[in-house]
Design a protein around this ligand. Structure first.
Ligand code: PRX
Length: 633
């Protein structure tokens, strides 16, 4: 049944069918209740999961902003995502349907996934993995990536997944920061018909950061790769050892024990290793998933992100399994071999919910509706979007061409730091294309000025969150001071969380996210810091200084523009610009490759020596440069 549209408000209303099915049918009253008695709300949600031992204190705020949730409780996310399903009919259900880019297919029932995870947990322990020690995972999107994450969680070893699209320096830096002794990787994966060279990159990264003692490699592409004696082992060899088949009990972790570290880019310096914990993260994300995507036992769910980012951690790996859903995973590019690949997958497997990014939608929209029109997409019930603001044109295309004007789009705003959705529609809500709608249960969100005063309706300001929530990151690994400084210092008087985004609220209380207020650059929804790109450029022998900014791009949201000052006696040339682009690609990864490299004699700086990226951006866009009173030269 089609949804109805109100043109004067530009609002899309849900159909009766969607409303009837919804897991929540009155947002306003449940929201009011959830903020009035936040602890009561989260306690009720937490009771829906299985605990080894119930918590003693729901929220410990004695050391703000280092909030602790469910303290005294014993809880392991794996007990909820796998173990408990083995006792009922879910054990026979498909947990994962995986399709490789070349078209190979593998499926895992909950029973089979649990068996594989248990076997790999034994291997990890035999190879020296220990509770509390970070294991780094650098893999393509293959089932073993999920198995590796789950096995680490099972034994209480926090994982640090480094996105398979990252390259040498990005990987080396993350290994070193986490002081990982164990690295899990693969020879490569398939992307646009070609094998990628993950092990080769991993080898170079291990040379740069000397902490890795054991590296386990999954054979995926069969490409030859260098294996070092006593350090490198094949996954299949280890899984073939008798020890893999012994039993392995899930570690009875404390509620606040770290589940994973996930690195994300900030404004300055090295990427930050955000720490998420077993219980709070599980409670928060599974609640958001259940209410926002209306999950039903028969659903086939497809979050077309990569597990290497927070979206994949929360909504490919952990929450769908906690909720007993069937997860679709696809290894490769959306347009390989043709731009109908995704639509073909939806038809072939009968996918009910698709969750993806505006960049992916815009990318597929380019090829026109005919690629989607040749497939039966009637299994779809709900759609989702994440990672960057979705422009109304892409929203409408997604809604009409893919969802056939039947499927509400959940435009979810959140961050690596938040663990799960923070501002989001629910299926029962009227939708406005481009707006992430309203705060999720328990959250009080506001738009404020520099002093913390709420701005007027319709005006732009800083997005802040007034309360703690169970899924929040607990700290930055090894740098609690930076955690305070980045997120809590600006509004320390009020105790609010600074999200780093600007936004506005309209007359209906709908939130519109505008973009980052700092130097974080979102390229195709991927988060990169200007500082990382700049330090990659400066690591090239020809470069003395560099500044990177994001410029608007119709397809990718932003593209990177780099301004470079060369060392003495080095001559600028188009060939050198190309070489520098390649250098960034090799150090950080293809997503960080600058679209433009321009050479300059100097960079605009403040008297205290900070690069004024605002000035560079205005100049690149041909706009007024604004107030230059702090400019040194
Ligand atoms: O700027 C916001 C944007 O993505 C940032 C967080 O990036 P990351 O930690 O990589 O997490 C992305 C996936 C959760 C935010 O600060 N962002 C995320 N979702 C949206 C968004 N911007 C607008 N609309 C969204 N739905």
């Amino acid at each position: 049944m089609e949804q109805s549209f109100n043109p004067s408000k530009n609002m899309y209303f849900p159909s009766k069918e969607i409303i009837k099915k919804a897991n929540v049918n009155d947002y306003e009253s449940l929201y009011a209740k959830s903020v009035k008695d936040r602890e009561g709300f989260w306690a009720a949600e937490a009771r829906k999961l299985d605990w080894y031992k119930k918590w003693e204190k729901l929220l410990d705020d004695s050391q703000k902003p280092f909030y602790r949730w469910f303290t005294g409780g014993k809880f392991n996310i794996i007990h909820n995502a796998l173990d408990r399903h083995q006792k009922n009919a879910t054990r026979n259900k498909l947990a994962i349907i995986w399709e490789g880019e070349p078209g190979d297919v593998r499926t895992f029932s909950y029973h089979a996934l649990n068996r594989e995870v248990t076997r790999f947990s034994n291997v990890l322990k035999a190879m020296g993995a220990r509770k509390g020690e970070v294991v780094t995972i650098y893999m393509p999107q293959i089932p073993e990536l999920v198995v590796a994450m789950l096995a680490c969680a099972k034994i209480g070893a926090p994982h640090s997944v480094v996105y398979g699209g990252f390259s040498v320096e990005a990987l080396a830096e993350r290994i070193e920061d986490a002081r990982s002794r164990i690295l899990l990787t693969a020879d490569g994966g398939f992307r646009r018909g070609k094998p990628t060279q993950l092990k080769k990159i991993a080898n170079e990264a291990m040379q740069r950061s000397a902490t890795i003692e054991v590296c386990i490699t999954v054979k995926r592409t069969g490409e030859e790769c260098y294996m070092e004696n006593d350090r490198d082992f094949w996954y299949h060899d280890l899984m073939g050892m008798p020890i893999a088949n012994s039993g392995c009990c899930t570690e009875q972790t404390d509620a606040e024990d770290p589940l994973f570290i996930l690195y994300t880019s900030g404004t300055t310096g090295k990427p930050k290793g955000l720490v998420h914990t077993h219980a709070g993260y599980a409670v928060y994300t599974s609640t958001t998933y259940n209410y926002v995507f209306d999950i039903k036992p028969e659903d086939r769910w497809w979050c077309a992100a990569d597990p290497g980012w927070i979206t994949g951690h929360s909504y490919i790996v952990y929450t769908p399994l906690i909720n007993g859903a069937t997860v679709m995973m696809y290894e490769g590019a959306p347009n390989h071999p043709y731009p109908n690949r995704w639509w073909q997958i939806i038809e072939k497997y009968g996918i009910n919910i698709l969750y993806t990014s505006p960049t992916a939608i815009r990318g597929l929209m380019r090829f026109g509706a005919s690629w989607a029109d040749r497939h039966n997409l009637s299994s779809l019930r709900l759609l989702g979007s994440v990672g960057e603001p979705i422009n109304p044109e892409a929203w409408k295309w997604y809604y009409e061409v893919i969802g056939k004007s039947r499927c509400p789009i959940m435009d979810t705003w959140w961050q690596t730091e938040t663990g799960g959705f923070m501002i989001t529609p629910l299926p029962i809500m009227p939708l406005k294309p481009g707006s992430a709608a309203k705060p999720f249960f328990g959250n009080e969100v506001a738009i404020v000025d520099e002093q913390g005063v709420e701005v007027k309706q319709g005006e732009e300001g800083n997005l802040i969150i007034k309360n703690p929530w169970p899924g929040m990151a607990r700290t930055i690994l090894g740098d609690p001071h930076r955690f305070v400084e980045k997120y809590w210092e600006k509004y320390s008087k009020q105790g609010w969380y600074l999200a780093g985004d600007s936004a506005r609220i309209d007359e209906d209380g709908y939130y519109w996210i505008i973009g980052r207020i700092d130097d974080v650059i979102k390229v195709s929804g991927y988060r990169l810091g200007s500082a990382e790109i700049e330090s990659a450029l400066v690591s090239h022998p020809a470069v003395s200084e560099a500044a990177a900014i994001g410029l608007p791009d119709e397809l990718r949201g932003n593209i990177i523009h780099a301004t470079v000052i060369l060392r003495q006696n080095i001559t600028a040339s188009p060939a050198l610009a190309e070489e520098l682009k390649m250098h960034v690609e090799k150090e950080i990864g293809p997503i960080a490759r600058p679209a433009f490299v321009e050479f300059a004699e100097s960079l605009p700086k403040t008297r205290s020596g900070k690069i004024m990226r605002r000035v560079l951006k205005a100049r690149a866009l041909g706009q007024e440069t604004g107030d230059l009173s702090t400019l040194e030269e």
